[in-house]
Design a binder for this molecule. Structure first.
Ligand code: DAT
Ligand code: MG
Length: 138
């Protein structure tokens, strides 16, 4: 099978806390290749498309507002089974329950109701990865 690619975002909390290098270190240490990387201030249109599946949910508006609170690092990475592999590196959505050893488990904090401040995004399927890479790097 051809080498897989996925979209990783370092969210505004990760950039603001100077964790970009630490997160990139973990991605590189795992053996994934950096294909493209950029600092972005995402538009409302981009975020609406990116989080299409969550529109209408109670956390949607705060999530989009948070994602516009500062710059985001968008990264295209490649590797065998990288979609599943990066999700595993990231840990579960809520940083409090994320396993130690994961990005969210080691570095994420409980910010009260602001569960969305969980440092990173990773595409969750091959279809999502292609769609999201098109949005952020197309
Ligand atoms: P993930 O980022 O682990 O793929 P997701 O796609 O279900 O999680 O949700 C996208 C983001 O939305 C997630 O990173 C944080 C936020 N979010 C999800 N569920 C939430 C909730 N119950 N309360 C607040 N924010 C939530
Ligand atoms: Mg998701």
């Amino acid at each position: 099978a051809p080498v897989e690619e996925t979209l990783v975002l370092i969210k505004p909390d990760g950039v603001a806390r100077n964790l970009t290098g630490e997160i990139l270190r973990r991605i590189e240490a795992k053996g994934y290749q950096l294909v493209d990387i950029k600092l972005v201030e995402p538009s409302l249109e981009l975020l609406a498309a990116h989080y299409e599946e969550h529109q209408g949910k109670p956390f949607y508006e705060p999530l989009v507002e948070f994602m516009q609170s500062g710059p985001v690092v968008a990264i295209r990475i490649a590797g065998n089974r990288v979609i599943e592999g990066f999700r595993s590196l990231a840990g579960t959505t809520d940083p409090t329950g994320a396993a130690p050893g994961t990005i969210r488990g080691d570095l994420g904090r409980d910010w009260g109701l602001k569960v969305q401040q969980n440092l990173v995004h990773g595409s969750d399927s091959p279809e999502s990865a292609q769609r999201e890479l098109g949005l952020w790097f197309g």
